[in-house]
Write a protein that binds this ligand. Structure first.
Ligand code: SF4
Length: 68
């Protein structure tokens, strides 16, 4: 059951790869050279990894919202 939603301001991604280093289970570089999450709705177990990705993003474009 998804508990959180990942919102990324994809256009503003600079493709630095920091989020992928932090959480390669859910983040990868796409064909456009920008990172994107494989899943945008995540469980409690997946939160920590994705939170790390959000924290290391130098342009702060990854937000994680609680949904339930
Ligand atoms: S850390 Fe931020 S700017 Fe860097 S690739 Fe990931 S989303 Fe893009």
């Amino acid at each position: 059951m998804a508990k959180y939603k990942i919102i990324q301001d994809h256009e503003r991604c600079i493709g630095c790869g920091a989020c992928i280093t932090a959480c390669n289970k859910n983040w990868a570089i796409g064909d456009d050279g920008k990172a994107k999450p494989e899943r945008t709705e995540i469980t409690e177990e997946e939160y920590e990894c994705n939170k790390k990705a959000a924290d290391v993003c130098p342009v702060k474009i990854i937000k994680i919202k609680k949904i339930e």
